[in-house]
Write a protein of this length. Structure first.
Length: 362
């Protein structure tokens, strides 16, 4: 028996599975693209700076060269880093976990619900119904009504698309749009936010009827740790982020402020954000550094786990849209830190072809 035990042990040591080695599956979806016929699904991921934090010198008119180049690609759908009205309504049902998320990312739809008689779910159903039977030549009444429905659905950016598609002379109350709702749309027209200033403006210019809200915050959780623990966690991440890659990004941010003072400066900024190498710099600066921090609470691993989960769910929202409408040419506008994850995850999909944003922005 002892001899059998020794032989079995040697077999495990010599010929058994190498549990310490990384396993790499042979099934690789990115190498199995299809279908071989028909128009492919194409996705162009535009990594964006968050315009809400742009220097005071920034003006929406500066985006014209960027919009011109994106328009030449002729996307048939545009996805933005916004939470859908449906997810916001779902999260409202779990306030103990999502109260702060709703407060931060979700708009109050009560005024639009009062004007239309539709709650968020009913308004989303109505918007889908209207678009399913949308006329080839919509009247101003149609657009005003759909804008009001989108506001009730918690989709203000899509409401803005309808508002921008109206002739200026038709931008007045009626068909569910009252003065209060119109005032909210006028505020959105100039809000420093890439969803409105790039996504909605471009959609209206290209003759699209809506935007797609694909952000996801279902992985959010309230921080229940003590103030001391929160401070320790923040100190650990701050220390991890203090690295040469972060310093390079900070230098690039400073340069962007200077670029804005030049003709076509905004285009230079977006070119820099969308060079293929930029995503790796973001990783080493932020998520890769956090992954290796050594605090007892492992805050970096928690942070990276949240970040990957959020990006996976955002990409799954995009993939769902492409599944509904095969042959879509999708422009996905998202904060530049998401770009690398978007592209890596989307590239795993059989029926998705990526387009290099750098080529479009030349």
């Amino acid at each position: 028996m002892r001899r059998i035990f020794i032989i079995s042990t040697l077999f495990l040591l010599i010929g058994g599975p190498a549990f310490g080695q990384a396993y790499s599956p042979s099934f690789k979806p990115d190498t199995l693209k299809g279908p071989q016929t028909g128009r492919p699904n194409e996705v162009l991921v535009l990594g964006s700076t968050h315009l809400s934090s742009a220097p005071s010198i920034f003006q929406p008119a500066m985006l014209a060269p960027l919009l011109d180049r994106l328009a030449t690609w002729e996307p048939t759908a545009i996805a933005t880093e916004s939470m859908s009205g449906i997810q916001c309504q779902e999260l409202r049902g779990y306030p103990s976990r999502y109260a702060n998320t709703v407060k931060t990312y979700c708009r109050d739809t009560s005024a639009a619900e009062h004007a239309t008689g539709l709650d968020v779910f009913a308004a989303n159903t109505e918007a889908e119904r209207l678009l399913d039977f949308w006329p080839k030549a919509p009247r101003a009444n149609d657009r005003r009504h759909l804008a009001a429905v989108f506001l009730a659905a918690g989709e203000p950016a899509s409401a803005l698309v309808q508002w921008l598609r109206l002739p200026v002379s038709e931008r007045h109350p009626g068909n569910g749009l009252n003065q209060e709702l119109i005032a909210s749309l006028k505020i959105l027209e100039t809000r420093r936010n890439e969803t409105y200033l790039i996504g909605a403006v471009l959609a209206a210019r290209l003759g699209l009827e809506r935007l797609w809200s694909v952000d996801d915050h279902s992985a959010d959780r309230p921080d229940t740790s003590s103030p001391e623990e929160q401070k320790a966690a923040q100190n650990a991440l701050t220390a991890a982020w203090n690295n040469p890659f972060t310093q390079a990004r900070q230098a690039e941010d400073a340069r962007m402020g200077i670029e804005l003072q030049k003709p076509n400066g905004i285009l230079s900024i977006y070119r820099a954000l969308n060079v293929p190498s930029a995503s790796l710099v973001v990783y080493h600066s932020d998520f890769g550094a956090a992954l290796e921090e050594r605090s007892p609470q492992q805050v970096g691993r928690h942070y990276v786990g949240y970040w990957e989960t959020r990006n996976l769910r955002m990409v799954s929202n995009i993939r769902s849209i492409l599944g509904r409408y095969p042959g879509t040419r999708m422009l996905a506008i998202v904060g530049a830190s998401h770009k690398g994850y978007y592209e890596a995850y989307l590239n795993q999909m059989h029926d998705v072809r990526l387009v290099n944003a750098a080529d479009i922005l030349k």
